[in-house]
Structures are given as structure tokens and as C-alpha cells.
Design a protein around this ligand. Structure first.
Ligand code: SF4
Ligand code: SF4
Length: 786
């Protein structure tokens, strides 16, 4: 139910606003909406200005506050009236009007008046949210018992929460347990250290607040932050599929089937079955399933792994060192000359295209093993670029000072094996510009790290998009359709969108690689360690600590009815008027965070704790039945109606739908830098371009608006959209608006989308002027004046 509105409009005249605009005219504009209070103030963000608003709230019963002043991105702490009681709307007269337009100009005044009208209507159509608060489960499930998982469990209990650690292997410790030494982590950063993993394992096992399940598999996870229900099973109790079922699975992978077609986008998968599962509830999940080495067998052609007896990988050398004897596999003799090949199968499009970040340090460390085992031995490291970040540079320098270590920037030209197993390596020495031959009795390949999200047998370079799985072809009435059946890996989420975390390139789970480390695309599940991106043991431990803090923050915010990143603290969630839902499933498919399951009849079933309030579902819904208390399809359509479209055919009016995450601040930056922007635009901030409903385009154009420009984040592989693919979805949707515009006899070119990063604000004058020119060439909207 909406509240009885008592609107107060407060116009600031400071920061150049009063000098550039006719404030009396602005007040008259506001008066047209019969506000209870309409005031101007010379210094609204000052103590007196803010106090006068508070006084009106108390004395006049103002509950809807329109602050016409600076950007909503500044002074949020001052214009901070209780959001559960009051609606506050910020009209940006400073950055978006007077700092980008000429002063005392008719068009500048018209722009300011439009913004004020739109802001008042937005405020009138908004209501305080009614968040659901609850006392939620605060324990944390840690998936994976390597260094990241062990650290996550220990850090969890330090905060007073309990942890449950599930590890599929028999023992905790992961790969670090197999390490002979780890990188230096204390001054002078030149000495290798003993791993302290055994001590940490004992600390985990003896802590009464950490429950450990080794040799165990997660059978299923249902629910949402604060109430994830987890089923686990001892690996000994997993029911293996019968041979018959196996046969069928294999057949279905390879052949076309005449089976019933599953619902559009609906994923199917089989989770493991258990004869004796255990069930418990946790509040959040830290996902640390680690990494595996790139399969060196694939390096047989380039580096003769598996062909030459004394070519091994860096992990194999680590095993030898751990077991106390570094020797040649061919004859067990001591190693006198070891040659390390860096980037073996890495930064290479036909293997791993990325850098694993740890291998340069790993080879330097292992060169030290060689030198310590035999002071007369030599170690050659052939590298492309030596990457030893931060204080690891000190260790690199110490190894440069070792006369038995030879560091060569170069390429391997050829390798040949002598009868005694030694290897003759021809190298292009890029520093000296000549070719040279080195005889080595051991060659060590610095192979890279592959996230354990990639199942055995799959290529990180060749994964199915978004979800790792198998493409199955099915015969349908219309021909053959392809369906992705995701492969369960470790979480077995009972989510409509699939059992595991969606991935970016090469299998790494992520939701925003620039701004939000730890976040995955499943709210309440935080990834840490080398499952997320290549990193060393110390980095994985630090990463796990960060992920635990995010997990605890998530539980706390959810229990207060607030969303997590990037709209941290938002109290709104979508409301669905399901009476008119047509079960089209667009919202369930397009929600980037897997919030919406489905009822048996296909209507969306919400899990509000998973929601991040992006509005993508609102943009997707053709029935327009999804809205928020302060953001709705009707609200934005009503704002268009407040734009006064002049009859002047030479002056096009263009609506800019701008994403509040990057495009809005880019406009602020343009203002701060006093860039002059064309006077034709009326900007409306949207939560994400994914929330743009196509009806807005037709509403705006049928109102006589001449053009619409969507400005949002970059998409594709290096996307920056805070809601994963909102700008991409918007682009796909406006591709479909053509048909509607044809019906209205309007040119599709009137609508366009620009990808804009926050630091590209300096491009705004060019982008906007170009669009104005294009609209002028198309000519005025024929609906103008109707
Ligand atoms: S608002 Fe965003 S996160 Fe929430 S249900 Fe809709 S699409 Fe999903
Ligand atoms: S998009 Fe709208 S109509 Fe379609 S399933 Fe969702 S709520 Fe129902």
C-alpha cells in the first residue's frame, strides 16, 4: 500500500545553480505539483539547510523529499533521511545541468525544469520499502580443505561463527601438503619456508566450532543466504549409477534423441545419490576447491613430455624434493644440470592462454632445491618474462646472485635426447641474439594451473558457455535442437539455473573481475583461492580470509533485509503481480544471479535473499508485472510524460537511459570537468541497462521524444556490467524493438546503445553530439505534438 504523500521540494542555489538558473521559475514549476513545502536554500547541504528539511519532516509531516541540488553520488550522508519512513529523490541540477550547460540560457532552464518535474514524479511514485528481516543461520560451509579452505574455516571461527568444512579427499591439506617448501613470506624475503599446513590442519581438527567432513561429497544445496540447506554424503555411501543408466547417459551425449523437449532454457542434470546423507543448515558458503596442473601429456610435441625420460613437470620435481631425493627418472642419478622451461603450455592459445602467475617463483624455488641438493649443480631457467611480483622480487634478486643459477630470456628451438638420457636443448638467446646449446640431465616444465571447476577430460580453452556441461542434440518437431546439460562439479545447487557456479573464460567462477573479488554469480557463495584465479598458497590464504568476511557480511545484510553488492544495503526486492504472469519464464532465465526458481506451473518462485535488486527481471517481463517500491515500469514511463517536448523541429529531444553504475558517474565527471554537453538530452538513471523494459522505448517515442540513447557498461569477454550482462541483454532486446517501431512507422535508428566505461567521460561530448546530429538527419518524430 502506498503512503499518503506530503512532498517537500528543496532547491539549492549554491555551487553555481542560482547563478545559472531562474530559481523562481523552478519553484513555480514545482508548485504545479502542489508540494506541501517548496523552498530554495543558499547552502542546502550545510547544517542549516539539512536542518530545515528535518524540521519540515517533524513539523509539516513531509515524507517525500525532493532535493534539487547536486549528484546523488555526493552528500548521501547528509541527505540521509530514514529510508524506511521517507522517500528521498535527488535531482541533479549541478553536475548534469549547470556544470555542462551555458548559464542563463533558455535551453538550460528548460532542461532543469524537466529534471525537476521528472524528479517530483519519481518521488511521488516511490514508497519506502518493507524489507523482510529475520534471524538467520550464521555458520559457514567451506567447500574444499586445501590451504584456502583450512584458512577460511579458521578465520570463520575467529569471528565467532561456526564452520563446516567438506573435503572430498581422505585428508585435509590439498596441494600445499605436498610441498617441500613455500615462498618466502617474511623479511628478508630470500629464504624459503617450511609449509605450516600440518599445524593448521591440527588447529582445524581440534577446534570444537569447526565440523570437518573428509572423504565427502555435497549431494545438494537448496535455499538462500542465511538458510542454505546442505546434504552431504560420505564417498563410501554414494550410490553409483547402474551400468544401464551409464549406457543411456553415454548414448545421450552422442546421438540425437527423439525425446520430449525440455522447457526453454530449463536445465537438467543428475546429482549423486546417497544411501545415508547428512543434512545441516548454513548461512553462506566459501568455495575453495582449488586447482589442478595442466595436463603435461599435451606438451609431448612441444617439450617431449612423456617421450624423453628426463622431462618432468614442476609438480613432479616438488614431489621428489618432498621425498628427499631429486634424481633423474631415467637412471636415478643425481642431477648436475637442470633446465627449467617457463610458460610451458601457458600464455599460449593452443594450451592455456593465461599466465598462472606462480610458476616463475616456483622455478626459482626449485632451482634453489637443485643448488642445495648439490652445490656443484647448475640450474638454467629459460623464460619469456620473469614475473615475480612485489617482495618476491627480493627472492629473484637473491637467485640472480647465485653463480650456479643461469637466467636466460629465450625460446626453445629444439630438444634431443642422448643415449644416456641427457637432453640437448637448442635455445634462441633473446638477450644476446644468438643460438646456444645447453646439455641438461633434467628438464622441468613450468606447467600452469587449471581451476578445479574444469572437469577431468574437459579443456579449459573449450568449455561450453556459462555452465560447464554437455551439449545434447534432440529431435524436435522443428528439426534438431541443442540443449546444454550442466555437469555437477562440487556444489550440486538445486537451482533452476543449474547445479554449479556460472563461469567466465577458462572455467573461473566470477561475477565481476574488476570490482568485486570473491563474488560469484550465486549470492551468498564466495569463491577463494586458486579455483577463482591462479595464485600461490599465501595469496590463497589471504583470499580465503577476504571471502569469509564477505560471507559474514552477506548473512548480516540479508538478516536486515538488505542486498549485497553492488547495491549494498538496498532494501528493495522485486514484487511480482503473479495474477497476470503468462509463465513465459523470461525473468527466471535472465536473472543473472539465479534468484528465481519455478513453480510447477512455470510461475517464478522467488528467493529474496539471493536477489541483488538489479531490475533485470523487470526489464525482461513483457507483462510489466515486476516492480520495486522505488523503481517500476510505470514510474519511468510517467517521467517521460513530464518532459516538455518543444515544437521546434530543429531541436530534438532525446532521452538518455543511463546506467547508474558507470554512465551516471561518467556524466558527473563530465560536469566536474565542466565539459559542455548538448542541451537536447534528458537523462534518466536506471539500475542497470538490463532493467530497461522495451515498453519504455515505445512509450517515449509515442510521446514525441525524437531519440533514445542507452548508455551502459561494456559487455563481452571483458564485461564491466555490475550485473553481469545487463547491457548485453539490453542490446539484444533493442535489436527486437525494430518490429514495433516499424509498426509505429518510426525509424529504428532513433534508438541506439553505447558502451561507456566511467573513465571514458571525456568521450561524452563527441558521443552525444554525434547522436543529436543523427537524429536531426532522421528528422523530427512524427508523434511530436500529439
Ligand atoms: S532484481 Fe535482479 S537479482 Fe533480483 S530477481 Fe530480478 S533479475 Fe534477479
Ligand atoms: S517475465 Fe513476467 S510474465 Fe514472464 S514468467 Fe516472469 S513474471 Fe511471468
Amino acid at each position: 500500500m502506498s503512503m499518503d504523500k506530503k512532498v517537500g521540494v528543496y532547491i539549492c542555489t549554491d555551487c553555481g545553480i542560482g547563478k545559472a538558473l531562474d530559481i523562481e521559475k523552478l519553484q513555480k514549476t514545482a508548485d504545479g505539483y502542489n508540494p506541501s513545502v517548496c523552498k530554495s536554500s543558499t547552502f542546502l547541504c550545510g547544517q542549516e539547510g539539512v536542518q530545515s528539511i528535518k524540521d519540515d519532516i517533524r513539523n509539516e509531516g513531509i515524507n517525500t523529499i525532493v532535493v534539487a541540488a547536486c549528484s546523488m553520488r555526493v552528500n548521501g550522508d547528509l541527505f540521509d533521511f530514514d529510508p524506511l519512513k521517507y522517500v528521498t529523490e535527488r535531482v541533479n541540477l549541478r553536475e548534469h545541468v549547470v556544470w555542462t550547460q551555458p548559464s542563463n540560457d533558455e535551453n538550460t532552464q528548460l532542461m532543469a525544469e524537466d529534471y525537476l518535474r521528472m524528479g517530483i514524479v519519481r518521488a511521488q511514485k516511490s514508497n519506502p520499502p518493507k524489507p523482510k528481516t529475520a534471524d538467520l543461520e550464521k555458520s559457514i560451509l567451506v567447500v574444499g580443505g586445501g590451504i584456502a579452505g583450512i584458512t577460511a574455516a579458521l578465520e570463520t571461527v575467529k569471528t565467532g561463527c561456526k564452520a563446516v568444512l567438506v573435503e572430498k579427499a581422505q585428508q585435509l591439506g590439498g596441494r600445499v601438503r605436498k610441498m617441500h617448501r613455500i615462498f618466502p613470506s617474511e623479511p628478508p624475503y630470500t629464504d624459503l619456508q617450511m609449509p605450516d599446513i600440518e599445524e593448521k590442519i591440527r588447529a582445524v581438527q581440534s577446534n570444537p566450532d569447526i565440523k570437518v567432513y573428509t572423504n565427502s561429497t555435497i549431494i545438494s544445496i537448496e535455499g538462500e543466504p542465511g538458510m542454505f540447506d546442505v546434504l552431504i554424503c560420505s564417498n563410501d555411501n554414494i550410490i553409483k549409477p547402474s551400468d544401464k543408466e551409464k549406457d543411456e547417459t553415454e548414448k545421450s551425449k552422442t546421438s540425437e534423441q527423439a525425446a520430449e523437449v525440455p522447457q526453454a532454457g530449463h536445465v537438467r542434470y543428475n546429482s549423486p545419490e546417497c544411501s545415508s546423507p547428512e543434512k545441516f543448515r548454513v548461512g553462506a558458503i566459501v568455495f575453495t576447491i582449488g586447482w589442478k596442473p595442466y595436463d603435461a601429456a599435451k606438451l609431448a610435441d612441444e617439450y617431449n613430455y612423456g617421450k624423453f625420460r628426463n622431462v618432468i613437470t614442476n609438480l613432479e620435481l616438488e614431489d621428489m624434493a618432498k621425498n628427499g631425493l631429486i634424481k633423474r627418472p631415467s637412471d636415478g642419478k643425481k642431477v648436475r644440470n637442470a633446465l627449467f622451461i617457463q610458460c610451458a603450455g601457458q600464455r599460449d592459445k593452443s594450451h592455456l592462454p593465461y599466465c598462472s602467475s606462480v610458476c616463475c617463483m616456483a622455478s626459482l624455488k626449485q632451482a634453489k632445491y637443485i643448488r642445495e641438493a648439490n652445490p656443484d649443480a647448475g640450474a638454467y631457467i629459460i623464460y619469456q618474462h620473469m614475473r615475480t611480483l612485489g617482495l618476491y622480487e627480493k627472492f629473484y634478486e637473491s637467485m640472480q646472485d647465485d653463480e650456479g643459477v643461469f637466467l636466460l630470456k629465450g625460446d626453445i628451438i629444439s630438444m634431443a635426447e642422448d643415449s644416456d638420457g641427457s637432453i640437448r636443448i637448442k635455445i634462441n638467446n633473446r638477450l644476446l641474439g644468438n643460438e646456444m646449446i645447453i646439455m641438461a640431465d633434467l628438464v622441468v616444465l613450468a606447467t600452469g594451473m587449471v581451476t578445479n571447476m574444469v572437469p577431468e577430460g574437459s579443456e579449459p580453452n573449450d568449455l561450453t558457455p556459462e555452465f560447464i556441461g554437455n551439449i545434447i542434440k534432440r529431435k524436435t518437431q522443428d528439426g534438431v535442437s541443442e540443449e546444454l546439460v550442466p555437469v555437477p562439479i562440487a556444489l550440486n545447487l538445486k537451482y533452476r539455473q543449474g547445479p554449479e557456479l556460472p563461469h567466465l573464460r577458462y572455467g573461473f567462477p566470477d561475477s565481476h573481475f574488476i570490482c568485486f573479488p570473491y563474488e560469484t554469480r550465486r549470492t551468498g557463495i564466495y569463491a577463494a583461492g586458486a579455483v577463482k584465479n591462479p595464485m600461490n598458497a599465501a595469496e590463497a590464504a589471504t583470499d580465503a580470509t577476504g571471502a569469509v568476511l564477505k560471507a559474514i557480511q552477506c548473512i548480516e545484510l540479508t538478516s536486515q533485509g538488505k542486498t549485497v553488492h553492488p547495491r549494498v544495503g538496498d532494501l528493495t526486492v522485486p514484487e511480482f503481480r503473479l495474477e497476470t504472469c503468462t509463465q513465459c519464464r523470461r525473468c527466471t532465465v535472465e536473472c543473472p544471479f539465479g534468484v528465481l526458481d519455478e513453480e510447477p506451473n512455470g510461475t517464478p518462485k522467488e528467493h529474496p535473499g539471493r536477489c541483488r535488486s538489479c531490475g533485470t527481471c523487470m526489464g525482461a517481463c513483457p507483462q510489466r508485472i515486476i516492480s520495486f517500491s522505488d523503481y517500476s515500469v510505470d514510474m519511468v514511463s510517467s517521467m517521460f510524460k513530464e518532459i516538455q517536448v518543444p515544437d521546434d523541429e530543429e531541436f530534438p529531444i532525446i532521452v538518455g537511459l543511463i546506467c547508474e553504475n558507470d554512465a551516471y558517474p561518467a556524466f558527473d565527471m563530465a560536469g566536474i570537468n565542466r565539459m559542455q554537453l548538448p542541451p537536447n538530452f534528458r537523462l534518466i538513471r536506471v539500475r542497470c541497462l538490463g532493467s530497461v523494459n522495451l515498453v519504455w522505448i515505445t512509450d517515449a517515442l509515442s510521446k514525441g521524444i525524437d531519440g533514445i540513447l542507452l548508455l551502459g557498461c561494456k559487455y563481452g569477454d571483458d564485461y564491466q556490467c555490475h550485473f553481469i550482462k545487463g547491457s548485453q541483454l539490453a542490446n539484444e532486446r533493442i535489436g527486437k524493438v525494430q518490429e514495433t517501431l516499424d509498426r509505429l512507422m518510426l525509424e529504428a535508428e532513433r534508438v541506439d546503445q553505447i558502451q561507456l566505461a566511467i573513465n571514458e567521460y571525456d568521450k561524452l561530448p563527441m558521443i552525444l553530439n554525434k547522436f543529436v546530429e543523427k537524429i536531426k538527419q532522421i528528422g523530427p518524430n512524427p508523434f511530436k505534438g500529439f
